[in-house]
Ligand binder design. Structure first.
Ligand SMILES: Cc1cn([C@H]2C[C@H](O)[C@@H](COP(=O)(O)OP(=O)(O)O[C@H]3O[C@H](C)C(=O)[C@H](O)[C@H]3O)O2)c(=O)[nH]c1=O
Length: 351
């Protein structure tokens, strides 16, 4: 039975990847390694937690002896590395947390794999899941990030992810490790932590709180439904060429203000409120420091070479997302109050 280590599997994107792999590949033993930070919780995985091919391990990638011991014990065949500090605003106030988890954590994981595999890479694979933010920002509407765009990270978050990408490539080159990297655009969908734009706006509309739009709301992001990202990760894990990079995106660009207005309209309909009610909550606030203007991904390589494509139109994905949040207000209350975190911390401390 192949053993696959998925890091950050209790987080937003990670939990969708874990669910897909556990259910689609009963022949794989899936290990979910997660630190259970504020943004990760096992309530995201209650539907699959008792599957025989699923094991949860609580731990911190920054703890090198722990990571080494885990790898030595299981000699994983594959690694899908998603664990990361991911919120740009937090990286502006606390860059070191990002250096530790994203850079040191990645290097610890690479070392553990290198030292356990000892050059015997037959059937092995180290897959690093990264972001389109490593490429910097775009100004010309004709331009897109491709796999050959030069790195130009501009926030502490993107600098830490760029650094971890470089380390993964360096281990591929220097130690000939079997590495592959993907850089994806903004995700949205069920279980999204409500500090990010879409779930924060849903949460605030539900609670009649202001909707903080940074600057003039002119910044542009490309949005992809999280389950389509998980499908892309499955595709690249199994079909991606080692040493390659693949960009993942939805060809779905939105100005923040237009997206927030669309979301307001979807929420008004779902909540039976008069059209325009939620829009009144929009509040323009001080811009994010160093706010990147536009990200746009050219996803042609993964589409043409590996046959992946998004399955959902944005309007459909947004409606599914809103429906999920409306059906899971308890989840929303528990993550915003930190209840899940307290619950799972106690659970694992007592073991
Ligand atoms: C939270 C918030 C955000 N914004 C703006 C800032 C951005 O232009 C846009 C999306 O912000 P968010 O923080 O949701 O996501 P990004 O900063 O684009 O980054 C996200 O997508 C990439 C790919 C990752 O790699 C990051 O890990 C992920 O967090 O909305 C607001 O205007 N108001 C708000 O309250």
């Amino acid at each position: 039975m192949k053993k696959i280590l998925i890091t950050g599997g209790a987080g937003f994107i990670g939990s969708h990847v874990v669910r897909l792999f556990v259910t689609k590949y009963p022949e794989y033993q899936i290990f979910n390694l997660d630190k259970l930070t504020y943004a990760g919780n096992l309530a995201n995985l209650t539907d699959i937690e008792n599957q025989p091919n699923y094991t949860f391990v609580k731990g911190d990638l920054v703890d090198a002896p722990f990571v080494d011991a885990l790898f030595a014990e299981h000699n994983f065949d594959g690694v899908i590395h998603l664990a990361a500090e991911s919120h740009v605003d937090r990286s502006i106030t606390d860059p070191m947390a990002f250096v530790l988890t994203n850079v040191v954590g990645t290097v610890n994981l690479l070392n553990a794999a290198k030292n356990t595999w000892k050059g015997n890479y037959d059937g092995k694979r180290f897959y690093h899941v990264s972001t389109d933010e490593v490429y910097g920002e775009l100004h010309n509407p004709e331009d897109f990030f491709t796999e050959t765009t030069a790195y130009d990270p501009r926030s502490p978050y993107s600098a830490s992810k760029a650094s971890s990408d470089h380390f993964v490539r360096a281990y591929g080159n220097t130690y000939k490790m079997p590495v592959v990297i993907t850089n994806c655009s903004n995700n949205y969908g069920p279980n999204h932590f409500p500090e990010k734009l879409i779930p924060l706006m849903i949460h605030n509309i539900l609670n009649n709180k202001p909707l903080p739009v940074y600057g003039k709301g002119e910044n542009v992001r490309d949005w992809l439904f999280v389950i389509d990202h998980a499908r892309a990760i499955d595709t690249v894990y199994h079909k991606g060429v080692l040493g390659e990079t693949y960009n993942i995106g939805g060809f779905n660009e939105w100005k923040n203000i237009d997206l927030v207005k669309l979301l307001c309209s979807v929420m008004d309909k779902k909540l039976g409120r008069a059209e325009g009610t939620s829009e009144q909550l929009i509040t323009y606030v001080t811009d994010r420091a160093g706010h990147d203007l536009r990200y746009a991904i050219d996803a042609n390589k993964i589409m043409k070479e590996l046959g992946w494509e998004p399955s959902l139109q944005f309007e459909e994905g947004l409606e599914k997302t809103v429906d999920w949040f409306l059906a899971n207000t308890e989840w929303l209350d528990n993550v915003t109050s930190g209840n899940y975190q307290k619950y799972y911390e106690t659970m694992y401390e007592n073991r």
